[in-house]
Ligand binder design. Sequence first.
Ligand SMILES: [Zn+2]
Length: 187
Amino acid sequence: MIISNLPPAHTFFFAHFKKLRSEPGAVTITDILTREERSALMAKVKGKNTKPEIYVRKYLFSKGFRYRINDPRYPGRPDIVLPKYRTAIFVHGCFWHGHKDCKYARLPSTNREFWGDKIRTNIERDKRNIELLEQEGWKVIVVWQCELRNRQLREERMKRLVEEIKANREPSDRSPRRNITDETEES
Ligand SMILES: [Zn+2]
């Protein structure tokens, strides 16, 4: 199985899992994961896309939104770009993007300096990209992974997201006066 972009806690976990598995009579991974974690893992093993950004995209699509994904023309290649609403959305993992005051963003006790530098670099880069987008007139919304960690939170976050997106389109913008599917310089 290929598991990438996981924070060190998980890295540790999988290392631990390998050890467990290699021991005769060891508990299996299904014994030590919650149902949710298990299905997420199984989906990963099967190669299904369970990434949070895919969840957000699918939700927005189901609500009739149309968007571009990871378009390199925009600073930071946002996960979702909604030209009609002039809105860019990033779906950020709490650890890698250093979610402030979030328990999922805690640095591991080992190699703290290494991870600290790495995460700080990411935070700086994110900040720069958001500033660039805003300078070009884009509204930027960040959805944090921890906001999607269970069904109730996910549903609440998605409702709020839709409101945030719609708020970015003033009534005066509703006329079909221009083609806004392809420009970044609209003002
Ligand atoms: Zn978080």
